[in-house]
Design a protein. Structure first.
Lengths: 271, 361
């Protein structure tokens, strides 16, 4: 009876995995093996690998995702560190998490309002006499908005990693002669690396396939793999090519997960 | 007397108006084993953290070898701490943990390696260099924490209840080792504990603390035999504490009788408390006893029996005896005049010491 009960509880999980993970991936791989006329071919992959446009797009996706991840990391680490020192740290953290509860599209439209020619930012710039500027549809606005949206996902794991550090380890480090910077470099930074890695995953991977922000804020000046997939499925109707790029994206995600995995065994690197 | 290595001068500490240390003064001599003993919340750990540099006094000064040290940051003090939870770095292995302080001192690699090996030998864990911290048992972690601290050759080693997480048998072993280590290294140890047995077994000097004050300081024997007040007598060891009055010098009255004792220097008819340790009481027949009690209970504890009884004044008496008796029996108790210790109400340590000096020559 015990095993029967257990198998009963396993059903929802198996269904989920089969319907929403295995099946879609199999379909994407299957679709990627047909050309636009419905003939079986590996042509989509050779096209992809031979096309400078697609390779540049891939490079763009990785490069912009990397930029967005770095910007969020540089902002999030000090923020998480500061939050962790505060008295009501959980409350302050909640205030940072709060915007993630609001729909992504709404937040993106809000930035169109802020950044457009007659938006609040340009109004202010004109008011202080700096004149109006093209803010929307620039690389800057794209990275700014994407980072704004991703920041909570970077802060949260880093905050948790910092929160888990036993305060007596920091005291022990000071006790053994380390100043504040040495304590950070030798104790706090290595102990928060798992948090930084999960934050990196949580930001980098979704950023690879951003397409809505590239269109609404980036004005399609930045074409990423996500945009290309959307174009192929909705505009050119070339599902085969769209699926091929999807497969490339999935491979990229696995590569990132592999590179940022938790390494077991030899704890700590010798200096 | 040699110059003190650490001196607390009128130290007070408050957390949000809540006093945890009240005008503490004491001196620590180099090369001895000191214990701060007291219940939780007595301020003993706060003192330790102040010496380490993790807390600042609200007022007062701390001197180290004659120089003020309370403004020096923790990482610049020649003092190391062994933490209650060991605080070993989980991302480093055993030798990296021990080398942590040495690397910061820019010691060269060969010297570090030799020092790590030497420290491990001291704690009897030679060959553990490449072990992960997570692969160690509680007792081993304890030893690595000690090795990490002594590798830095501190002048003073602070120990914050380091044995409290170990089981009874291991704790006894570590006590013996700690004591041996201290004598071999000659480093000043300051040990914090709430375990009075541990304090008595390990220390050269004990500071008994309660409620932010040092109530009594002295050797384990002094404190055990001559506790200054009810709290100390009760906290250290088992004791029978009975109210009485001082009839004259060397004569105390309790239980409707006068008893010879060895204390003096009090006013005539001054109300006092008398202390007799359970192991100083012997059971005899009713007629030969100085006191008569009825036995209420008897517990076999392996080494002895713990017997409780009450006298005609309804004072409870605890007797530790290797001889068995019968529950319900009326028995006599005998003891020697020097087994009686007299405590005055509200006497501070200074007058207590002065009074003892006046007649103990």
């Amino acid at each position: 009876m015990g095993t029967q009960k257990k198998s009963f509880f396993v059903i929802p999980y198996l269904l989920w995995i089969a319907l929403f993970v295995v099946a879609p991936m199999a379909l994407i791989v299957y679709q990627s093996l047909f050309d636009i006329t419905g003939h079986f071919t590996l042509g989509n992959y050779t096209d992809y690998l031979e096309s400078a446009t697609y390779l540049k797009m891939t490079f763009n996706s990785v490069w912009y995702a990397f930029l967005i991840t770095m910007v969020t990391l540089v902002i999030s680490y000090p923020t998480a560190y500061l939050l962790n020192q505060l008295k009501n740290k959980r409350l302050w953290l909640l205030l940072i998490i709060l915007p993630t509860w609001i729909n992504l599209l709404l937040k993106t439209y809000a930035f169109i309002g802020l950044f457009s020619q007659n938006g609040s930012v340009n109004d202010f710039l004109r008011f202080v006499g700096a004149g109006s500027h093209q803010i929307l549809f620039t690389d800057f606005s794209f990275i700014f908005v994407a980072s704004y949206i991703e920041i909570p996902f970077m802060i949260l794991p880093i905050f948790n990693a910092l929160d888990e550090i036993n305060p007596s380890l920091v005291n022990a480090s000071r006790d053994l002669g380390a100043n504040t910077w040495q304590t950070f470099r030798r104790v706090i930074a290595p102990l928060t690396m798992p948090g930084v890695k999960s934050g990196f995953q949580a930001v980098f991977i979704p950023s690879l396939s951003l397409f809505m922000i590239t269109r609404l804020i980036g004005g399609n000046r930045v074409i990423t793999l996500g945009t290309a997939i959307e174009e192929h499925f909705l505009v050119t109707q070339n599902w085969g090519m769209g699926s091929t790029i999807g497969v490339i994206l999935i491979i990229a995600m696995f590569v990132v997960m592999f590179l940022t995995r938790e390494r077991k065994g030899k704890g700590g690197q010798s200096r | 007397m040699a110059n003190p290595i650490i001196e607390f001068k009128n130290i007070s500490k408050k957390y949000d108006d809540n006093p945890v240390l009240k005008k503490i003064d004491f001196e620590i001599e180099s090369g001895k084993f000191y214990t701060l003993l007291g219940p939780s919340g007595s301020g003993k750990t706060t003192i330790l953290r102040m010496i380490a540099g993790f807390e600042d006094p609200t007022s007062g000064e701390i001197e180290f070898e004659g120089h003020r040290i309370d403004l020096t940051p923790a990482n610049q003090r020649p003092i190391n701490t062994i933490f209650q939870d060991y605080a070993l770095f989980p991302h480093l292995n055993v030798s990296q943990n021990i080398a942590f302080g040495l690397e910061l001192k820019k010691m060269n690699k060969a010297d570090i390696k030799a020092k790590v090996a030497e420290s491990l030998r001291m704690v009897q864990l030679s060959g553990y260099e490449n072990r992960e911290i997570t692969a160690l048992s509680g007792g081993q972690k304890q030893r690595i924490a000690i090795a990490r601290a002594i590798a830095n050759e501190p002048k003073v080693l602070l120990l914050d209840e380091p044995l409290s997480a170990l089981d009874h048998k291991l704790r006894k072993e570590m006590q013996v080792e700690l004591r041996a280590l201290q004598q071999r290294l000659g480093i000043t140890f300051i040990f914090v504990t709430h375990d009075q047995e541990e304090a008595l077994a390990l220390s050269d000097q004990i500071f008994v603390m309660n409620d932010g004050r040092i109530l009594q300081s002295g050797t384990p024997v002094d404190i055990y035999d001559e506790p200054i007040n009810h709290f100390v007598a009760d906290f250290i060891g088992e004791s029978n504490i009975i109210p009485g009055t001082m009839t004259a010098d060397y004569l105390v009255h309790f239980d409707h009788k006068d008893f010879e004792c060895v204390d003096a220097g009090m006013r005539a008819d001054e109300p006092v408390e008398i202390v007799i340790r359970p192991e100083d009481l012997d059971i005899t027949d009713l007629d030969h006893g100085k006191l008569q009690v009825t036995v209420d209970s008897q517990l076999f504890r392996g080494v002895d029996y713990q017997i409780t009884g009450h006298d005609s004044d309804n004072h409870e008496w605890t007797i530790n005896s290797i001889h068995q008796t019968t529950v319900g029996a009326n028995v006599g108790l005998i003891f020697d005049p020097e087994d009686i210790h007299i405590m005055r109400f509200g006497e501070d340590e200074e007058t207590f010491d002065a009074r003892l000096d006046s007649y103990e020559e």
